[in-house]
Design a protein around this ligand. Structure first.
Ligand code: CTP
Length: 400
């Protein structure tokens, strides 16, 4: 169900301290359903044994050209069959070999035969990384079509600080998916709202809901992977910013409304995943409310329905809403679709651990403006995001 399910991925590991992160990358790739083959340099195997990679990939690991008297030319077959290749970590030495077409071990020989997209994740000492020869070699590889992922800045194993750290495995996976995803949303601007809003009662309390923001962040990430310019307008969440996405952080429904209406002017697609508070305290207290009375009353005012207003203002944008319901899903979702002038509404029944707030998976049904509907099985929110975007792409094609 994921973009890289059943794809042939070759994970190339050269010898740096960050090899331990490649193990996690391999685990994430397997979780996505990819068929992963691992090629390691001898130095990499000194940091983490090949057996670890073998056990996790479920395949023999290639560490040498003539290992175990194996007569097969595995490195050539793997290069021909690869849908995508990722080198993580890539040491200064292996970068130099690739750039200068040196083939003196299994990994560098394999690379000469690769025709698919290569994602290279340099990871080394900061001075090595910034040095002219390494930068020159990276530039050669960039010109050759390699996707070079910038290393992260921070403390390095050698005791120095600066750019040189291997990016987090989740971010490498994200770029890998992006490299093999068709860019069917290029030149489109997508606004996604996500997370809860917080409506202050006093300076230390607020009305909110348990939305984690995961669904909206998955959509923002997926749209970016498909080439869109993405603006993510989000309430408070604990999630890291998706790569290459412009993130606008808001607290209240009012702030979210201002941000959405501002961005709407330049958008082609608006997807409103956010769980917006329907009401806000009428007169938030300036100071913390003290617990004196046994009973207090909170007067609430209705917030503007942002999506309904978007439905009124919309010109040729595709407008998508979400409906989280505890009962009568179809009836409620279709009512919202009509009343808010939407093109698609994504409905889900909340409750249960496999769906809705906070969960990594979601069970949704899509209701379309033309009256059609489809129920999707429970799946990762990332997969739901891509299916929703598939439908939007079809919608855009049909309305041209
Ligand atoms: N929404 C919005 N502004 C609001 C309330 C909701 O933009 N003030 C949007 C949500 O982002 C979502 C859709 O409307 O895309 C449906 O939200 P939901 O909370 O399911 O429904 P409501 O319209 O608020 O109706 P009700 O709470 O009565 O079910």
């Amino acid at each position: 169900m994921t973009v890289i399910a059943d794809k042939n991925v070759v994970l190339c590991v050269s010898g740096g301290i960050a090899v331990y992160k490649s193990v996690e990358l391999l685990r994430l790739l397997k979780k996505q359903g990819a068929n992963v083959r691992v090629i390691m340099t001898k130095n990499a195997a000194s940091f983490v044994g090949s057996l670890t990679f073998e056990a996790l990939s479920g395949q023999p690991v290639c560490t040498g050209l003539f290992e175990n008297n194996d007569p097969s030319i595995r490195h050539i077959e793997w290069a021909q069959e690869a849908d995508v290749v990722v080198v993580a970590p890539a040491t200064a030495n292996i970068v130099g070999k690739f750039a200068n077409r040196i083939a003196d071990d299994a990994l560098s020989t394999f690379m000469l035969a690769v025709t698919s997209q290569v994602i290279l994740c340099p990871s080394m000492n900061v001075n090595m990384y910034k040095s002219k020869p390494v930068q020159r070699n990276l530039e050669i590889l960039r010109e050759d079509g390699y996707f070079i992922m910038s290393p992260e800045s921070g403390e390095l194993a050698c005791g120095t600080a600066g750019p040189g750290r291997l990016p987090e495995p989740e971010d490498i996976l994200d770029r890998l998916i992006s490299c093999i995803t068709p860019k069917d949303l290029r030149n489109k601007t997508v606004i996604v709202t996500a997370g809860p809003t917080r409506e202050p009662i006093d300076p230390v309390r607020f009305i909110s809901n348990p939305s984690s923001g995961k669904m909206g962040y998955s959509i923002a990430r997926a749209a970016e992977q498909r080439g869109a310019d993405v603006v993510l307008i989000t309430g408070p969440t604990n999630l890291p910013d998706p790569l290459n996405v412009s993130v606008v952080r808001v607290q209240t429904a009012g702030e979210m409304a201002d941000a959405v209406f501002e961005q709407m002017k330049v958008s082609d697609i608006i997807i409103k995943t956010a769980a917006v508070s329907d009401y806000r305290p009428k007169d938030p207290e300036k100071h913390k409310i003290k617990k004196q009375k046994d009973e207090i009353t909170l007067n609430l005012l209705k917030n503007q329905d942002i999506l309904k207003e978007l439905g009124k203002r919309k010109k040729d944008q595709v407008l998508v809403g979400f409906a989280a319901e505890t009962q009568d899903l179809e009836e409620n979702a279709v009512k919202k679709l009509r009343e808010k002038n939407l093109d698609i509404i994504v409905g889900n029944l909340i409750g249960g651990s496999a769906s809705g707030f906070g969960s990594d998976t979601n069970t949704v049904a899509l209701f379309h403006k033309d009256g059609s509907r489809e129920s999707l099985p429970t799946m990762e929110k990332d997969a739901v995001a891509h299916i929703l975007l598939n439908r939007i792409v079809t919608y855009l094609k049909n309305s041209m």
